[in-house]
Design a protein around this ligand. Structure first.
Ligand code: CMP
Length: 140
């Protein structure tokens, strides 16, 4: 089933100049990038984005990290995009992420784990809406 998912290349990866290497993996796999922009999160948007983690021990660290620099946000479209992209990025804790996954190859710690991708249809819809207007998304 053709799906859309939301992907963010986090501030640590932008600083480390990994944007091209990460995007290349999704294009090589056959996905279409149907929306993309560079942004810097303010506190309000960062808190909305990660509202499900409010109250967790790492929440403040996560919010401060996500506001620490520019990010790339994008919408990726393709067959089973949500689960396939999650597989490609690897486990949240990069020290447990398999080599060959994006976090497995480029990250070692949290919250600076290089990339985020939606974990369900509901979160994909919510996250896409948070960052993109309908007319900023280009359908194939
Ligand atoms: P992400 O996939 O964007 O979803 C939530 C984020 O919280 C996660 O990636 C990490 O950046 C961060 N995170 C999750 N668990 C921890 C943790 N134990 N300590 C610090 N940050 C975490």
């Amino acid at each position: 089933m053709k799906e859309r998912t939301f992907v963010a290349i986090k501030p640590d990866a932008v600083k480390r100049k990994l944007i091209g290497k990460i995007i290349e993996r999704f294009e090589n796999k056959g996905f279409e990038i149907v929306a993309m922009k560079m942004i810097k999160l303010n506190r309000e948007l960062a808190e909305k984005y990660y509202e499900e983690h409010k109250g967790k021990e790492f929440y403040e660290r996560l919010i401060n990290f996500m506001m620490s620099g520019r990010m790339i946000v994008m919408v990726i479209e393709g067959e089973n995009a949500i689960s396939v992209v999650r597989k490609m990025i690897g486990k949240t804790n990069p020290s447990e992420a398999e080599p060959g996954t994006i976090r497995g190859d480029f990250a070692l710690t949290t919250p600076d784990n290089v990339i985020h991708a939606s974990d369900s249809k509901e979160s994909a819809e919510r996250e896409i809406k948070l960052f993109f207007k309908d007319d900023e998304i280009f359908s194939e």
